[in-house]
Design a protein around this ligand. Structure first.
Ligand code: DGY
Length: 317
């Protein structure tokens, strides 16, 4: 049977040029994701699917006859029913490693922007409100020398810890699995329980996968357990934070500020966040650098082609 794949949405042209001539490609070149109906219809007869986090890959999609591989262009894969894929013998792949440093960079950008009011300062200058230098203008929070609490100490969490060391910070972390002693030593990171992390950290940053266990990991109780001067950063997945509780925490001063790249119901943002000046927001772009997006799309394509060639994928879930 001739090989054929569906690419659900926008891969880099450089990546598309790597597809061998004997592979038939159905490519959605539009900006918008395929509707569910279109996805199911266009997937018919294909062995491979290269998809994005906006595509819901559930049992019905995975039941497509002849489908061998679903290759997600993301490290996170909460959009895919992995258990159903296993049951049906469909290989699922993701794109770890290639986005670790870029995502950690952006986490740091959000942390710095929220602590030092970078976005508010920019708005102030543009608005023309700035009339003279002012002693008590836009005071923020120091980052250097403070305590950072990293929830989820996988690749990205550890890359954030590495940056924190450069700022002379005390690094606390919590994860379901404790890191090996040599990693703790290298990163000067201390394993603590979640409540110690929340209570002692000046910055709390989230790097866990979204799962039923981590949904609303940061809820009202967690936000109330944080310092009033603390900053919360989320560049992982929106539903890890109870957004309604976060709005209250920011509006009522349970915590000082937040930096968010992800939201509970993207692209919707809780309306209560929009008027707040103590939150910096971005439209889920932490891995969006030229180099990294190219690396992600290339890895996703290679994973898909490997399975079609009967080889093991480079990075399976
Ligand atoms: C990921 O890789 O999971 C990001 O959230 C999407 O780029």
């Amino acid at each position: 049977m001739p090989k054929s794949i569906l690419i659900s949405r926008g891969l880099s042209p450089e990546t598309l040029s790597l597809i061998p001539h004997d592979v038939a490609v159905d490519f959605n070149g539009h900006e918008h994701p395929l509707s569910r109906h279109e996805l199911l219809a266009r997937l018919r007869g294909k062995q491979g699917l290269v998809c994005q986090i906006t595509d819901a890959i559930d049992d019905e999609v995975l039941a497509t006859p002849g489908l061998l591989v679903v290759s997600n262009v993301a490290v996170g894969y909460n959009n895919i029913d992995v258990a159903a894929a296993r049951r049906r013998g469909v290989v699922v792949t993701n794109t770890p490693d290639v986005l670790t440093e870029t995502t950690a960079d952006f986490t740091w950008a959000l942390l710095m922007a929220a602590a030092r009011k970078v976005v508010e300062a920019d708005r102030y200058v543009r608005s023309g409100e700035w009339k003279s230098w002012q002693w008590d203008l836009l005071w923020g929070l120091d980052v250097h020398g403070k305590t950072i609490g990293i929830l989820g100490f996988g690749r990205i969490g550890r890359a954030v810890a590495r940056r924190a060391r450069g700022f002379g910070m005390r690094v606390l972390y919590h994860d379901a699995v404790r890191a090996p002693a040599e990693i703790e030593r290298e990163l000067e990171a201390t394993y603590v329980d979640k409540s110690t992390l929340l209570g002692e950290s000046d910055f709390v940053t989230l790097h866990v996968l979204l799962s039923p266990e981590t949904r609303h990991l940061i809820d009202e109780a967690a936000l109330r357990a944080m310092k009033k001067t603390a900053v919360l950063v989320n560049a992982a997945r929106g539903p890890i934070v109870d957004e309604a509780a976060l709005v209250r925490a920011l509006a009522e001063g349970w915590i000082a500020a937040a930096g968010l790249d992800v939201f509970e119901e993207e692209p919707k943002v809780h309306p209560g966040l929009l008027p707040l000046t103590n939150v910096v927001m971005a439209p889920h772009v932490a891995s969006a650098s030229f180099d990294t997006r190219l690396a992600m799309s290339t890895l996703a394509l290679k994973n898909c082609l490997a399975v079609l060639d009967g080889k093991p994928p480079l990075t399976s879930v």
